[in-house]
Design a protein around this ligand. Structure first.
Ligand SMILES: [Zn+2]
Length: 556
């Protein structure tokens, strides 16, 4: 990796190396997680970015047209965003965002220039007359400057490839899209469609999101590349990738697949990117048609590990299987596929099509997509591999903070949203204990929420309705509490009985679980109150199906 930064992962320091960890004794409780120091208090900037306040909630985005000229020599950008929105309430002000290090050149509304005030990375735009609820308005926000390279993925990077040609790219999920272009930088509201026009030196190629419309020679050594995004899109997904790319293409029935790599990697890419088709087919098997069909699917080489930019997934995994050439989950499955192609593209379904409405609920992107990897493994390589693979994630779980963080504060949730999130969904499958029903509910969740921005509450409500049971305590324990539920087993071998209950933070926690003898499991329905069952096995031979449920077990 030229850039040691992990792709969309938060912290991946705790890399696992031992396959034997999968086989760790299921009968002993994992040590309680060390107490995490309290999170730092939010800053004013975290609240300005995270809060869906009055001046955001008073309008609904309809359309963006982002026009940017990128000058590699000066390391500068300039351009504008046309922002079309519908007012939901009468008001005279809206909130937009643009990082403080970039200049606001002017904001116009028709022929008049609007007043604005800046606070940190926020721009409050004021209108001379009241904008009326229900009406549509359009403003043009012009800006310029040099965006700073920052964050885990680079933010906006003026780089060079090995041959010295410019290689300029964006990846700004953490710090925010307003680090390089003006927009309503939050998670709840997305424009229904978008145009992206990027002007760059004529010997380079720009790949952005959506369908390629064409390029126009501007006559001054620059060429403009125009793209049309025909679906709602997250701000952070909006991207440019400018480089000395070569292009090759393929099709999956009527879905165009477009690939962009540096010339020296063309042959390697043709071999490795063949994995895109079975990947899409696997996800289509579970969730139906690829959600951005009109925009097509693209894979674009970048010098960082990768990012799920909608319909324009970036790739930097060295054209090799595994993740960074490693057996990612340490259980002998990861090297069968290219982790970045499978994970980042999985976000087309969860993250890009189904999106969280607040960064607090980002597990809807990362927990689900990590679980999608597992679905891919099951579809391609079989159930046994999938079971191994998902259990391989256990060693990455920290249990130091709840997965869902406080609403309204811009802060990336802890890493557990990936692995614990996926293991939570794996556990839910065992709770449902009826695979056809489970596949159906997964498909229904996707169909219900695609192209929408939702909170965990929406998903929980849907699960409860579809399955006809109240999963609230299970969702809350796994997503809103730090510790795993603990199955306490108290053996009385003399009396041939075993008492059992859940120890959990959720007072009403109740979850069925399979226990007894492997292969002849018996499902019990523990609650947080003790119950007793007859014991035909011994304390030592009595097992719990901890490969099907992510729980701790204490025997006494
Ligand atoms: Zn991800």
């Amino acid at each position: 990796m030229r850039r040691p930064t992990p792709f969309c992962y938060v912290v991946l320091a705790g890399f696992i190396g031992s396959a034997s960890l999968f086989a760790q004794s299921s009968q002993t409780a994992a040590p309680q997680a060390a107490q995490q120091p309290p999170l730092r208090p939010p800053t004013r900037a975290d609240i300005l970015r995270g809060e869906y306040g009055r001046y955001r909630a008073n309008n609904d985005l309809l359309f963006y047209h982002l026009k940017v000229r990128v000058d590699p020599e000066k390391k500068a950008i300039s351009g504008s965003n046309t922002i079309r929105f519908q007012m939901l309430k009468d008001d005279t002000r809206i909130q937009l965002d643009l990082f403080a290090n970039l200049s606001v050149d002017r904001i116009t509304f028709g022929t008049s220039e609007l007043k604005y005030s800046r606070e940190l990375n926020t721009v409050f735009v004021d209108f001379p007359d009241t904008l009326k609820a229900g009406r549509k308005y359009e403003i043009e926000f012009s800006y310029s400057g040099t965006p700073t390279e920052s964050g885990r993925f680079g933010g906006f990077t003026f780089g060079k490839d090995a041959s010295g040609k410019p290689w300029i790219y964006t990846a700004c999920e953490g710090q925010g899209a307003s680090s390089w272009w003006p927009n309503k930088d939050q998670w709840r509201d997305e424009p229904a469609e978008m145009k992206i026009s990027i002007a760059i030196p004529s010997d380079l190629t720009d790949v952005s999101n959506g369908r390629f419309l064409g390029k126009t020679d501007l006559g001054d050594g620059f060429t403009r590349w125009d793209w049309h995004v025909q679906y709602p899109i997250n701000n952070y997904s909006v991207s440019l990738n400018v480089g000395n790319y070569v292009h090759f293409e393929d099709r999956l029935r009527d879905l165009p697949l477009d690939f962009y790599v540096l010339p020296g990697n063309l042959e390697k890419a043709k071999a490795q990117f063949a994995q895109a088709k079975p990947m899409i087919e696997a996800y289509q098997h579970f969730f139906g048609e690829y959600p951005f069909r009109k925009d097509g699917y693209k894979l674009i080489e970048v010098p960082y590990t990768g990012m799920e930019h909608q319909s324009a997934v970036t790739y930097g995994n060295g054209f090799e299987n595994g993740y960074g050439r490693r057996d990612w989950t340490g259980v002998g499955v990861s090297l069968k596929f290219d982790f970045i192609i499978i994970h980042e593209s999985g976000h087309e379904w969860f993250g890009n099509a189904v999106s969280a409405a607040d960064v607090s609920d980002m597990w809807i992107h990362e927990g689900w997509t990590t679980y999608l990897e597992n679905l891919y493994v099951e579809h391609r390589f079989g159930y046994d591999d999938a079971l191994k693979y998902v259990n391989g994630y256990k060693t990455k779980v920290q249990n130091r903070q709840p997965i869902i963080t406080q609403r309204g504060i811009h802060r990336t949730p802890p890493q557990d949203m990936y692995f614990k999130g996926a293991l939570f969904l794996h556990t839910l499958r065992s709770v449902v204990d009826d695979d056809p029903k489970w596949w159906k509910v997964l498909r229904d969740v996707f169909d219900e929420f695609k192209y929408r921005n939702i909170l965990t509450e929406d998903m929980l409500r849907f699960f409860n309705a579809k399955l006809g049971r109240d999963l609230t305590p299970i969702f809350d324990q796994y997503l809103r509490r730090t510790d795993l539920p603990v199955l306490e087993l108290a053996f009385n071998e003399k009396e041939h009985s075993v008492a059992y209950r859940w120890r959990a933070d959720e007072r009403n926690f109740n979850m069925p679980i399979r226990v007894g003898e492997r292969g002849k499991w018996q499902t019990i329905q523990p609650t947080t109150d003790w119950q007793v069952m007859p014991l035909t096995l011994t304390k030592d031979t009595f097992e719990v199906a901890t490969d099907l449920y992510f729980v701790n077990v204490v025997k006494q």
